[in-house]
Design a protein around this ligand. Structure first.
Ligand code: 3PG
Length: 373
């Protein structure tokens, strides 16, 4: 795979695919982490050439027509302010200027979603070098994240993309001593992640609704807790590996509407109670020092104060551990920004779905395309 720092882009026409898919309400950007994360690559390219066109998607608009609510206009304004220069928002690859520009939402273009050859060639043909920096969209085989890389005269990974892969590879491939922490509501949506991580980790600590299914599989009474009964057999198989760490104490209540939660041992959950959060203290004290901790998924219903203890305890622990922490996934990133600061962590991926796909051991189309070059 070619990387941007090894690629000659001097005075060349560069197309840069980034992931600027951020929440916007009434034209106001609610979270600009992904915009800030795209800046180092943009600034690096601008040092070498002014002929840069930034390409991204925003949301999931219908293809083939312009839709004001998915326009990149608020993002254009944000970059104009940050870079202190005028940046036009352009609408076609027929008129890419020889100066910094932002292409309108690539998902307005016919053929983006289905990776159409015509659009891929059109994008690739507009530039001398195509830089892929949208790691968070690297699991989508679309024209701008796959076809354009394949069709490009020259293509390379941008600074963020290279950094994301390097961090994940270091944790998953190069390290022998990894603790994984997997939360979230359902075993079924994280099964591939757990199965892949189990071979790369010394232990996997489970939390959230996922822990309920494992606790039931381990023979515990979980009362009214959310459980996936169809996942019980596979959970028993995973427990037999001896690597799954279950919580010892949990927070229970009669419903998610309850204003208070009771802390009980996992052996004392009443029939009319549901587990809505876990207590992390005992588990954390048993974690011996490891090189890496990989974390995905909240450990309770962290959006509700009384069920956010486990997730907050984990975040406090991860902020202070000497292990390198790699965290990612949509809810995980949200929980970190709610209770802490992503800069306190060794590495927080910008990716949601792509992070999970990578942790699952699946091949990501953009990585595959870059490897072909
Ligand atoms: C994300 O937010 O996970 C990426 O931007 C990908 O968006 P998508 O799920 O709409 O393809």
């Amino acid at each position: 795979m070619n990387h941007l720092i090894e690629t000659n882009i001097e005075d060349k026409r560069v197309g840069l695919r980034v992931d600027l898919n951020v929440p916007i309400e009434n034209g106001e950007i609610l979270n600009h982490e992904r915009l800030s994360a795209a800046l180092p690559t943009i600034l690096y390219i601008l040092k070498h050439t002014k002929k840069l066109c930034i390409i991204s998607h925003l949301g999931r608009p219908d293809e083939g027509s312009f839709n004001d609510s998915y326009s990149l206009e608020p993002i254009r304004k944000w970059f104009e302010k940050r870079l202190n220069q005028e940046i036009p928002l352009i609408k076609t690859f027929d008129e890419v200027p020889n100066s910094l520009s932002i292409m309108e939402n690539i998902r307005f273009f016919n053929g983006e979603k289905e990776n159409a050859l015509e659009l891929s060639k059109k994008i690739a043909g507009s530039f001398d070098v195509y830089v892929m920096d949208a790691f968070a969209t690297s699991h989508r085989k679309s024209a701008s994240t796959y076809g354009a890389i394949v069709e490009a005269q020259e293509a390379c990974a941008g600074l963020l993309f290279s950094k994301e892969i390097k961090s994940l590879e270091a944790a998953l491939n190069d390290s022998k001593n990894v603790l994984s922490i997997v939360g979230g509501s359902k075993v079924s949506t994280k099964l591939n992640v757990i199965q892949n991580l189990i071979s790369n980790s010394s232990n996997i600590l489970v939390g959230g609704g996922i822990a309920n299914t494992f606790l039931k599989a381990a023979g515990k009474n979980v009362g009214l807790s959310l459980v996936e009964d169809e996942m019980l057999d596979i959970s028993k198989d995973l427990l037999r590996t001896g690597k799954i760490m279950l919580p010892k104490n949990v927070y229970v209540a009669n419903s998610t509407q309850a204003s208070l939660a009771d802390l009980v041992s996992v052996d004392e959950v009443d029939d009319d109670k549901m587990i809505l959060d876990i207590e992390l203290n005992n588990e954390i004290s048993s974690i011996v020092s490891c090189d890496y901790i990989i974390w995905n998924g909240p450990l309770g219903i962290f959006e509700i104060e009384q069920f956010s203890n486990g997730t907050q305890q984990l975040i406090n622990f991860l902020e202070n551990t000497s292990s390198k922490v790699i965290a990612g996934g949509g809810e995980t990133i949200y929980a970190i920004s709610k209770f802490s600061d992503i800069n306190k962590f060794h590495y927080v991926s910008t990716a949601g779905g792509a992070f999970l796909e990578y942790l699952s051991g699946h091949k990501l189309p953009s990585i595959e395309a870059l490897r072909l070059k």
